[in-house]
Design a protein around this ligand. Structure first.
Ligand code: HEC
Length: 100
């Protein structure tokens, strides 16, 4: 075969584009967009701290402490219990970066 059939090339291009958009850093991981409802990106006069700009591993550590109950919380305990370790790492990366 001298040339790839057009349909094969189109399918390859489509799957490449799908992978590229799945890896798009602009998309928040599942659960991460909910954080901004309470944690703003600038101090907003509430005791709820801004997460942006902090080290991701600190946020991940705090989330694990909330999840285990080691760190006292009003709401974060039940929020953190909804996430596994992979979720926590992905969400922590996201909230300290471009979004919250
Ligand atoms: C309903 C409001 C609310 C939402 C939604 C929320 N938080 Fe919180 N967060 C709080 C409050 C209130 C505290 C203070 C601890 C407590 O009382 O639970 C807190 C504390 C924290 C802290 C500890 C910060 C510090 O320096 O002590 C981290 C980390 C955190 N939240 C991460 C997150 C992440 C990640 C999400 C999204 C998955 C999230 N929060 C969603 C209200 C919220």
């Amino acid at each position: 075969m001298r040339h790839w059939p057009r349909a094969v090339l189109a399918a390859a291009l489509a799957s490449f584009l799908a992978l590229a958009s799945a890896a798009d850093a602009a998309q928040p991981p599942p659960g991460a967009s909910s954080c901004s409802g309470c944690h703003g990106t600038v101090p907003n006069g509430t005791p709820i701290p801004v997460l942006r700009g902090r080290p991701a591993h600190d946020i991940a550590g705090l989330m694990r402490e909330f999840r285990s109950g080691a760190r006292p919380a009003t709401v974060m305990g039940s929020i953190a219990k909804g996430f596994n370790d992979r979720d926590i790492d992905a969400i922590s990366q996201w909230v300290v970066g471009q979004g919250q």
